[in-house]
Design a binder for this molecule. Structure first.
Ligand code: HSE
Length: 405
């Protein structure tokens, strides 16, 4: 028998208990491990639940029970999660978390603590919800150099963008629906301003390149500047708009970035809709793979938490080697203005011949019902900074500008 505990009984915590109790026998039969839920830590009371006897308000109950070998941390936020996770690891208890803020800000430190105490700090649920991506990247793709990772990492914004483009739904209404479905963060700013996707690309980048990439080092743009006019240009010209978190090698540096992009219909990310996430990983041996699934929600996220819990319980006392070093500084991060992509522009009062003189052979695009003085075009790929400098030479007003995937 192997005991585990859950810290936090919110959306993901209650989902973790529910999924485990639903499939307990199956887990025993298939995985050969007799898991028991020992404790659930929460400051609130839940007297009506069938597992109400599991609740405690005191973390010492978990820390002092030597039978507990694994703890699921699903509280969210850095405090007190960091303190509680550290204490568990220092007692040799592996911790499995869905808390991307904790991993993105404190991952290197917690991985070090886990290593020092011969246990594991796992966080599959922190990135891509239900999607197995971190462990496959670390194990199945281990023979390769990862050249780039790029994906739709936030379910809430993908849900909003899908509703805006496919159903012409207003931004606020789509956000409200996402919140009601339990996809959004407590403060939806983290979703719509790209901070949530930023944390996830930090985790992917840190794992892919072995050094901690901190959120402050990542240029991050959200989706709040996108307009229905930009959405119309995208959908009427064979593109979807997606918030893309990416990191790519650039010589001996990496460029992490979060920004909305026009994704062409030829790209597999184009048809990733609603709350689904997808992550493309590029490498020098396997070329490219895509990981796809539900990126948010109660049971999908719980599924990834429980996958880690089961693995940690089975391999108690084994170093699973998913690790990265802390970074002394950000000298390995290249400036985001050196990232190369094509760009969509929407302008008023522009001069088409001047646009061609400055950018060369751009592609002009149209939308139904556009005012006469509106011009939209797509440039060739170039460094962001170079395109910015060229755009600053144009007469007229830039109303919208989005990178192309
Ligand atoms: N708010 C997050 C999202 C939850 O929408 O993707 C899952 O991390």
């Amino acid at each position: 028998m192997s005991k585990f505990a859950i810290m936090g009984h919110g959306v993901v915590g209650s989902g973790t208990a529910e999924l485990f109790l639903m499939n307990k026998e199956l887990i025993k039969e298939r995985q050969g491990i007799d898991l028991e839920l020992g404790y659930i830590l929460d400051i609130r009371d839940f007297p009506d639940l069938p597992y109400s006897d599991k609740f405690t308000k005191d973390i010492n109950d978990i820390l002092n029970d030597d039978e507990v070998t694994v703890v699921a941390e699903v509280m969210g936020g850095v405090n007190p999660a960091f303190e509680f996770v550290t204490k568990c690891l220092e007692r040799g208890k592996s911790v499995c978390t869905s808390n991307k803020e904790l991993v993105a800000k404190k991952g290197a430190e917690l991985l070090k603590t886990a290593k020092e105490h011969n246990c594991n700090f796992m966080f599959e649920a922190s990135t891509g919800g239900a999607i197995p991506v971190l462990r496959p990247m670390h194990t199945c793709l281990a023979a390769n150099e990862i050249t780039a990772v790029a994906g739709i990492l936030n379910g809430t914004t993908n849900f909003i963008l899908t509703k805006m483009i496919d159903e012409n739904m207003a931004f606020d209404e789509a956000l409200k629906t996402a919140q009601e479905l339990g996809y959004a963060e407590k403060d939806p700013t983290a979703d719509i301003e790209g901070h949530d996707a930023c944390r996830k690309i930090c985790i992917l980048a840190s794992l892919a390149y072995g050094k901690h990439v901190y959120p402050d080092w990542v240029h991050t743009e959200g989706i709040t500047k996108l307009t229905s006019e930009d959405a119309a240009y995208a959908s009427e010209n064979g593109y979807a708009i997606k918030l893309i978190g990416s990191v790519e090698k650039n010589g001996d540096k990496v460029i992490p970035l979060v920004a909305p992009r026009f994704v062409p219909s030829s790209c597999q990310l184009y048809s990733v809709s609603d709350v689904f996430n997808a992550i493309m990983v590029y490498g020098n041996g396997f070329d490219e793979v895509m990981f796809y699934g539900k990126g948010a929600g109660k049971l999908p996220t719980a599924s990834a938490v429980m996958g880690d819990v089961i693995d940690c319980a089975k391999k108690h006392g084994t170093d699973m080697s998913q690790f990265w070093e802390d970074s002394a500084d950000n000298s390995f991060i290249a400036d985001y203005t050196t990232e190369v992509s094509a760009r969509y522009f929407r302008m008023s009062g522009a001069d088409k011949s001047q646009i061609k003189d400055v950018f060369g052979d751009v592609r002009f695009i149209t939308r139904k019902g556009a005012p006469d003085d509106e011009t939209a075009f797509i440039t060739h790929a170039d460094e962001y900074g170079i395109i910015e400098e060229k755009a600053s030479r144009l007469t007229g007003t830039i109303l919208g500008s989005v990178r192309i995937y």
